[in-house]
Ligand binder design. Structure first.
Ligand code: MN
Ligand code: MN
Length: 301
């Protein structure tokens, strides 16, 4: 085991509940990538990793579904990857190097984003160790564009870039519901689109193969996950995710990322102004709440 290169990570911030700073004896290395440079709709995913750590303190460590306790798992929070805000190419490269360093420590990488453009850096590093790697994507969007808004590393091109660094070319895209006609034609042609009903069968077919799970949080329905950069109606619920996690118990999961979490908060001041004060009429109050929910991200701390 080698030491974590100091220059790759900023280790000043808070850590995830139950994690330790020292990677010695750990199985999983969690790290954040606070980047949202190619965001096309609601910005703020650069604050995602810090926001996830902040709310993690309010969670139970015990998961009754899996009968597993986070306190029984040794995992390290390695901090935030040092990145420069701006063009995505240097960020993707920094993520590749950081993921390599985590793998050098003998840890399974678990990356918190940030937007989806960062995934190809992590997938590249993991695929170098596991040439047989299969990628499983949860997302509302196909992310198969060649370029978007002038950039090849836009979040809308995330899976196109991942395919370029995935020697097996095996990408499973779970229940994608948004994309161009060409993207959906490719999903069908390459048999990459996996419905929830086929999930168990498709996972059985890759049993034992090294698996990378990338979770774009807009896969969830906006009713359960409003805090994401590009919400889409018609998404999935916690019960669907629980079904997936149960199926993944039998799989050789070697790395994962969770991207597009958005720091989203309503201040007491806003709630007072928009919900409590305008009227006691229920219709007017409902309209005020709906206005509040469509207010762009507010960052107050
Ligand atoms: Mn998406
Ligand atoms: Mn995506």
């Amino acid at each position: 085991m080698t030491a974590l290169p100091e220059e790759l990570f900023n280790r000043d911030g808070a850590i995830y509940m139950g994690a330790q700073r020292d990677p010695a004896g750990c199985q999983v290395g969690l790290f954040g990538v606070p980047y949202d440079g190619t965001t096309s709709f609601r910005p703020g995913t650069r604050f995602g990793p810090a926001a996830i750590r902040q709310v993690s303190d309010g969670l139970e460590t015990y998961d009754p579904q899996l009968d597993a306790d986070l306190e029984d798992i040794a995992f390290a929070d390695l901090g935030a990857v040092e990145i420069s805000f701006g063009a995505p190419e240097p960020v993707v490269e920094a993520v590749r190097q950081a993921t390599n360093a985590v793998l050098d420590l003998g840890l399974k990488p678990l990356m918190l984003g940030g937007e989806h453009s960062i995934s190809s850096g992590a997938v590249a590093a993991v695929a170098e160790r596991y040439p047989d790697l299969v990628l499983l994507q949860l997302d509302a969007h196909a992310d198969l564009r060649e370029s978007w808004l002038g950039g090849r590393h836009s979040h809308a091109c995330a899976m196109r870039r991942c395919l370029e660094v995935l020697p097996s070319g095996e990408l499973l895209q779970l229940a994608i519901r948004s994309g161009t006609k060409q993207e959906f034609q490719e999903l069908q042609r390459e048999q990459r689109l996996v419905g929830m009903q086929q999930l168990a069968t498709r996972l059985q077919a890759i049993q034992g193969r090294p698996l990378y799970l990338t979770v774009d949080l807009d896969w969830f329905d906006p009713s359960v996950m409003p805090g994401t950069g590009t919400p889409e109606p018609g998404g999935y619920l916690w019960a669907d995710f629980a079904e997936l996690t149960a199926l993944l118990q039998g799989q050789n999961l070697v790395a994962a990322d969770v991207v597009k979490s958005l720091f989203h908060s309503f201040t007491a001041h806003q709630i007072e102004d928009k919900v409590l004060l305008p009227s006691s009429d229920p219709v007017a109050r409902l309209k005020a709440i709906s206005d509040l929910l469509s207010t762009p991200t507010t960052l107050r701390n």
